[in-house]
Design a protein around this ligand. Structure first.
Ligand code: PLP
Length: 484
């Protein structure tokens, strides 16, 4: 174990010398005697260099994209260009206040307006709101819009939404939150929507259908037009979970093949660091007939002037977040889109798809892959062979990858593939880093045969070894220790 910052401390050592502040003594006289410290705080005393070394060392205990490949399927852990970070911190963005009058916000509103327009063009949707701050909140917003559409039409009998069994857990959760019942659709043998089964379960009570495309197996759902026809025939709407949009940029416009609502995960596809759980942005795009229900305000443009427009207020689902969403994430997405342009965006998806197929082609000889056809930007391998032959689980394989300097893929998801390992290399990896990852996976397959014990013990080299999941569930509050 390395030393803590307190153990490095040496009395009298200093990084910076701050001038005494008169303010402090003035403040002290206002605080009742009983609240004043009797002893000086025991803060570590270090030089600036010591502090820098401490934090750099701490940062390396974690995994991050600049340290190594991060193939966490569905999460699109691509490299986020650093120019975003310096531009978004510029005072012209950072010093804005949401209560400023719109006449003083024209530049910011222009940026938001153009981002709305660009996302509408990318997705083929009629209009986009930037307000939701996560993919999951985008889902909630989109499903709420579907609900408002049916309410306005008097479709009160429409109480159910159909979702495939390969869906992300947030999909049914969002539907439940809005008040819909969820009906599960089983995937067919080739991992896509079972059209015959869909026809059976769609009826007058169906409010909508929620689909991820490409789906969580990394397969493009090819029958969208037929699916749209089935649902639209009973006035139900189709929602696209756009978390996997990284595979479709400049290639497919979901709005043009039948989807009525889509959410974007800007932090995934359009590049914002999101390893720590946020902040994100989950804009929602809708077809023409759903525009009246979008959250307010929308950013509109009239005679060259930008407005925060509340004119939809009487039909809108209302606000889903304070002010206008996560502005700094929106700025990053704007910069990313403008820097790449239409051709650059298309190359992102092409390269993401090529990278995933390259890895799949190598790994198929070492790991079982249920759906072996060419994939989109990710694929799902599994550990069933290792489990059966060597008693090694996917969890063991994932933990061993950490020893080899890689983040693990998404594991045990989608739920329909036993021992699943969902691998998404993204477009930002070079062929050399893909090869290095493949090499590590091949070594692990070999270790599974020769030394399964080693894999049960992994990780061996990380600052924290394998956590005890069962104990963690039992000990939710670390303050109260449970004695065995
Ligand atoms: C990430 C993801 C979501 C949820 O998005 P958040 O931005 O994390 O809320 C939904 N569906 C799929 C398929 C995802 O990968």
């Amino acid at each position: 174990m390395s030393k803590t910052i307190f153990e490095h401390s040496s009395t009298g050592r200093k990084g910076v010398c701050l001038p005494p502040r008169e303010f402090d003594t003035a403040l002290e006289s206002l605080i009742p005697e009983k609240y004043l410290r009797k002893n000086a705080a025991r803060l570590p005393e270090l030089s600036e260099l010591d502090v820098m070394r401490h934090y750099i060392e701490l940062s390396h205990k974690n995994h991050f994209i600049e340290k190594g490949l991060y193939p966490l399927g569905s999460c699109t852990m691509k490299y986020n260009p650093k120019i975003h970070e310096s531009l978004v911190r510029h005072t012209c963005f950072a010093n804005l206040h949401p209560y400023q009058h719109e006449s003083t916000l024209q530049g910011a509103l222009e940026l938001l307006y153009e981002l709305q327009e660009d996302l509408a063009e990318i997705s083929g949707m009629a209009k986009v709101t930037l307000q939701p701050v996560a993919g999951a909140q985008g889902e909630f917003t989109g499903i709420k819009i579907i609900s408002a559409y049916h309410k306005a039409k008097g479709n009160t009998h429409k109480t159910k939404i159909i979702i495939p069994d390969s869906a992300h857990g947030t999909n049914p959760a969002s539907c439940n939150l809005v008040g819909f019942d969820v009906v599960e659709l089983k995937s067919d043998a080739d991992g896509r929507c079972d059209l015959a089964r869909l026809k059976e379960i769609v009826d007058e009570n169906t409010a909508g259908f929620m689909l991820t495309n490409p789906n969580t197996l990394g397969l493009f759902e090819t029958q969208i037009e037929q699916i749209a026809e089935i649902l639209h025939s009973v006035d139900a709407l189709i929602y696209m979970d756009g978390a996997n949009l990284n595979a479709l940029l400049g290639i497919v416009q979901p709005g043009k093949i039948g989807f009525d609502v889509i959410h974007f995960n800007l932090h995934k596809t359009f590049s914002t660091p999101h390893g720590g759980g946020g902040p994100g942005a989950g804009p929602v795009g809708v077809a023409e007939k759903l525009i009246p229900y979008l959250p307010v305000p929308m950013v509109t443009k009239q005679d060259g002037v930008y407005h925060l427009d509340y004119s939809n207020e009487s039909t809108s689902i209302g606000k889903v977040h304070g002010f206008y969403g996560n502005f700094a994430v929106l700025v990053r997405a704007y910069i990313y889109i403008k820097m790449l342009g239409a051709k650059g965006l298309r190359r992102i998806s092409e390269n993401a798809i090529i990278n995933a197929n390259y890895l799949m082609a190598i790994l198929k000889d070492y790991y079982h892959i249920q759906h072996l056809e060419p994939c989109m930007h990710e694929f799902v391998a599994d550990g069933t062979m290792q489990k059966k032959e060597n008693g090694v689980s996917t969890l063991d394989i994932a933990k061993r990858l950490l020893d080899k300097g890689f983040h693990a893929p998404t594991i045990y998801f989608p739920l329909i593939i036993p021992e699943a390992m969902m691998i998404e290399p993204t477009e930002t990896e070079s062929i050399e880093s893909l090869d290095a990852f493949a090499e590590a996976m091949i070594e692990i397959a070999q270790e599974a045969k020769e030394n399964p014990e080693l894999l049960h013990e992994a990780p061996l080299t990380t600052p924290v070894r394998r956590v005890d999941d069962v104990r963690a569930v039992k000990m939710l509050d670390p303050i109260f220790k449970i004695e065995n």
